[in-house]
Design a protein around this ligand. Structure first.
Ligand SMILES: Nc1ncnc2c1ncn2[C@@H]1O[C@H](COP(=O)(O)OP(=O)(O)OP(=O)(O)O)[C@@H](O)[C@H]1O
Ligand SMILES: [Mg+2]
Length: 405
């Protein structure tokens, strides 16, 4: 369970839109959540609701459209759209005001105010661009300084062979520090264990790729690490020289896990790591992730499309629907007091090994048009009970508050 309250990852108003001809597809639309150190956060929702896009935005595969992503307090992702929109709306609002204003001195004052807003937002855009691009460089610069501080004085004091040895170590460490990116502390395990492993690479090459990119050149060190990882995930060192097609689905996913943990990540994004596997193998892979979590104090963002998989594994769960987060609560709370009709429909889809229950179980179908009337009151995220958030309008909030009592 949760170790402490330290926030490892903070996703703040994340939007990721894709261009679709003249319009845009809002794959992720204003999603916020945070993950505390040591926690497993489950992200659930039907196919196409934006789960993978959320994960890929976090590991910086995209320049996100809008919002911020913080990892260990450092802004690693920053979108510009919200600032651009603020400039647009300020121009419209002030344009009108200025046109209506008769008093020339007040007119001038309004124009000054508008100028101030625009320049502030432009600075925000600049800072967002900078962070999106440079957060890794700054992190690596910090590591380089740490390596220098550790070695330089030692090297100065040392002599002869000792000095040569330290120098060699120093150079090796320095090269690695220069190549290290902050985002490598976030590793993703992919949905499809077949497509995500290059068929032309041996298991050794697949698992060690990250280390080599980081600058590790010592073959003995690389081999030793690969063997260690293979054994950790329940494979054997003889597997290192084989190719992905020689393995079963469950074994391939273990290779995927080994590839991600060799980088000693703090956060793992496991994107439906078991949905392509047989039920009996699913449990094995989940148990493996659970073991690793305890061993390394890993924090995990676990993506799944059905609630039954994440139920026992997650501390908290976020439910997504069509790019929006619609409900967020602790696992227990979500199963005890589901409020959003979409969450209820997901829960109604879980079969239980209880014949009586199964006889009565009715699939609830979620139809947003029938379930909500957002013509007057617009929906937003509301905290219905401590730590339990629902995307709803004010009248719905009242209803949910009564329901939870
Ligand atoms: N690179 C892209 N370009 C354009 N559209 C994309 C891109 N990636 C995803 N999409 C679209 O964004 C939406 C969300 O996709 P995403 O893969 O995040 O869903 P998902 O929740 O992971 O679904 P699944 O459970 O099927 O994996 C979908 O409509 C998808 O078609
Ligand atoms: Mg997906």
């Amino acid at each position: 369970m949760q170790n402490n309250e330290e926030v490892l990852l903070k996703v703040d108003h994340l939007c990721q839109y894709f261009k679709m001809g003249a319009s845009e597809l809002k794959a992720v639309d204003d999603v916020s959540f945070d993950i505390k150190k040591g926690e497993v956060f489950g992200l659930v929702g039907e196919s196409g609701c934006g789960k993978t896009t959320t994960g890929r935005s976090i590991i910086k595969i995209y320049d996100i459209t809008s919002g911020d992503i913080f990892f260990k307090g450092v802004r690693i992702g920053a979108g510009k759209r919200s600032y651009i929109n603020k400039i647009k709306s300020a121009r419209e609002e002030y344009g009108k005001k200025i046109a209506e204003e008769k008093d020339p001195s007040k007119k001038k004052q309004l124009a000054e105010e508008l100028k101030g807003i625009i320049s502030e937002q432009r600075n925000n855009i600049k800072a967002a661009k900078f962070d999106q691009k440079n957060c890794d460089k700054e992190y690596s610069a910090k590591l380089v300084e740490e390596i220098k501080a550790k070695y330089l004085s030692q090297i100065e004091k040392a002599e002869g062979e000792e000095k040569q040895k330290l120098l060699k170590e120093y150079k090796n460490e320095l090269r690695k520090a220069k190549n290290t990116k902050l985002v490598t502390q976030i590793q993703m395990i992919f949905q499809d264990p077949i497509a995500s492993l290059d068929p032309r690479m041996t298991v050794r090459e697949i698992i060690s790729e990250g280390l080599i990119i980081q600058g590790e050149r010592d073959k003995a060190v690389i081999d030793e690490k690969v063997y260690e990882m293979l054994e950790l995930v329940g494979l054997v060192r003889e597997h290192a020289s084989r190719y992905p097609h020689e393995f079963s689905g469950g074994q391939r996913q273990r290779i995927g896990v080994a590839r991600s943990i060799i980088m000693k990540p703090e956060l793992i994004i496991a994107d439906e790591p078991v949905s392509a596997l047989d039920v009996s193998i699913q449990a094995q892979v989940i148990n493996l992730l659970n073991d690793l979590r305890e061993k390394f104090g890993l924090t995990i963002l676990f993506i799944a499309h059905d609630l039954s998989v994440v139920k026992y594994f997650s501390d908290r769960i976020g439910v997504m629907y069509f790019g929006k987060m619609v409900e967020l609560a602790s696992s227990d709370e979500l199963f005890k007091n589901p409020l959003h009709p979409y969450t209820k429909s997901l829960l109604s889809a879980i079969p239980l090994p209880d014949p009586e229950y199964e006889k009565q179980r009715k699939r609830i179908v979620y139809n947003p048009l029938e379930s909500h009337d957002y013509s007057t009151f617009k929906p937003e995220m509301h905290e219905v009970a401590p730590g339990h958030f629902v995307y709803c309008s004010e009248p719905e909030l009242e209803k949910y508050r009564l329901e939870i009592k």
